[in-house]
Each structure stands twice: as C-alpha cells, then as structure tokens.
Design a protein around this ligand. Structure first.
Ligand SMILES: [Zn+2]
Length: 306
C-alpha cells in the first residue's frame, strides 16, 4: 500500500504543480525584464538582447520547442537587428494539431526617455509589456508541462511592437507563407495592474468575434469584458493582434487590464517593476489557463468571427 499511496501523492503533486503559477515566479520575470540593466528594451540594443536570451532560456528550461530551427525569428522588414522569440507546444490530436492557437505579447519597449523633473531616464516598460511577456512565459511553461492541448500552440514574444507592430507583421506573413493554419490569436498587453469594474480584463475588438463569450465560459469569474474607452481609441488596431487579423482574418484579440484610469506611467520612466500588482497578475494568469485550455481543446469550431 505504501508504494501506491506514494504514487497517488506524486500524481496529485504533479497536477498541483502544473496547475498553478506563483507570484514569486511572475515577479521574477518582470523584475528582470524591467530592470535598469535592460535599459528599456529598445530594438537593436544590448538590453533587448538580454531580454531575448532570458526568454529563450525559459523556453528551453521548460521544454518549449523552437518553432523555427532556432527560437529567433529575425525580421527582414527592419534595418536594425531585431527578432521575435518563438516557441511551440505541438497539439496531441491527429487532426486538430494542424490548427494553431497563437499566444503572444511584445517584449520590446521604448528605451530611454527625457522627462521634466526626473533624474531617471530609462523607460523600463514593466506594465508595457513585461507584464504580458511574463504571462506568455507562464502559459508556455504550463502547456508544455501539461501537454494535453489538442491544437498546437505557438508562444511568441514580439519585437518592434513599439515601432508600429513590425515584429508581428513579419511573423504573421511568415506563417502565411508556410501555410500555417491559424485558428485564433490571443495577445496580452499591460496586465500588471487590476482594472475597476466587474471583469478581470477587457478584450479589444470585443464585438468582432465571440471570444469573450468563449473565454468566460470556462472561468469562475468574468475574465473578459468590454471597455468603451478601448473601442473609442480603437485599441484593436494598436497591438500585435491586429497583424493576425489583417493577414488571416481569424479572431485575433488583445486582453488587457490597463483601463486609462488605473496607471499613470504609460510610456514613462516610472513604469517600473515595483508598480505592478503581482497578486493580481498571478490570479490573472491562473484564471486564464482553463479558458485557453478550452480554446485549444474544444473539438467544434467554437471561436468565430461575428
Ligand atoms: Zn504595449
């Protein structure tokens, strides 16, 4: 009996460990990516190179495979050396593995910035978008370890978002050239501070597809809501999800908790790691996991444009 109990215990432990990400881990990602050492992660700098290396190592450590021959997808639409970092967790279903769910965030930021009345000149980009990058790293770890996703999942950290969505444009075009069947794209931007209201986050392009409905179906709380300000400013077109909508015409959305009232440091030198709410971020990530699982595993074509 002793051995059996031990085996049960290990099984339980495995499920428990795989199911949750921890606040300490999330915090560690953001603290590194938004540290002064990385100097605002501007494209073509040593700082962003360090961020890319960090992401690659995390993918490798957690057995997330490179999508291409290496993790780096070097842009051909830019003079400076810039690359997306791309991993994949292949699907387990013979048919559905040919459909790809793309999960992304951008890891670049704007570098240095001059601000009146401040000695600080580094725009660290903790919320924008080290927070989304941390979420994608934790999703990648979870799905790699669990490995029950029927559809294949691409985990991509984009470069040159701040230069006009250049990284995602390049990557979406490459996927189209290789005839990759993209099922949907879920992007994560500025999730470091909780928003007010009844939903955990809002989704851009809310009425363009049924994604909010699908995401909320498997969650305990309302994960994806509607933010009128997001519609007013057309945020749907202002992050990397838009490149996938343009190229593939499939549901492609950004999830965010930045509601224009809860964070004063957008593109400023005070967008720092110590401004993030790590309990909120950890809950956000853990609550999104069952929703993403549903999107990746539901056999019927559940996610649809309206
Ligand atoms: Zn951003």
């Amino acid at each position: 009996m002793k051995k059996l109990i031990f085996v049960f215990f290990l099984g339980f432990l495995h499920v428990y460990v795989v199911a949750q990400t921890k606040k300490t881990v999330v915090k560690k990602h953001v603290e590194y990516l938004a540290s002064d050492k990385l100097q605002g992660r501007n494209v073509g700098t040593k700082g962003i190179e360090k961020a890319a290396t960090y992401i690659e190592r995390y993918f490798k450590k957690n057995k997330v495979k490179p999508f291409f021959s290496s993790y780096r997808d070097t842009l051909g639409n830019l003079r400076k050396v810039a690359f997306n970092v791309v991993g994949v967790v292949p699907g387990t279903d013979e048919e559905l593995k040919n459909e790809y769910v793309v999960i992304g965030a951008h890891y670049d930021h704007i570098g240095f910035k001059k601000e009146a009345n401040s000695q600080d000149s580094i725009a660290n980009g903790a919320n924008d978008d080290a927070s989304g990058t941390a979420a994608v790293l934790e999703f990648a770890k979870y799905f790699s370890k669990k490995h029950t996703n029927k559809r294949s999942i691409i985990f991509v950290l984009f470069t040159a978002e701040e230069m006009g969505l250049l990284g995602s444009e390049y990557f979406a075009d490459r996927l189209r050239e290789q005839n990759v069947n993209v099922y949907c794209m879920l992007n994560f931007e500025m999730i470091g501070v909780p928003m007010k209201g009844d939903a955990m986050s809002y989704v851009t392009g809310y009425d363009m597809s049924n994604i909010a409905e699908v995401i909320n179906k498997k969650a305990d709380t309302k994960l994806a809501g509607f933010l009128p300000t997001a519609k007013k400013y057309q945020l749907f077109k202002r992050s990397d999800n838009f490149s996938f909508y343009s190229v593939f015409a499939v549901p492609s959305h950004t999830f965010s908790t930045f509601d224009f009232t809860n964070f004063d440091h957008y593109h400023g030198v005070n967008d720092e790691a110590d401004q993030m709410d790590y309990l909120h971020m950890t809950q956000f990530i853990n609550q999104f996991i069952p929703a993403i699982t549903y999107v990746c595993n539901e056999t019927a074509n559940v996610v649809k444009l309206k």
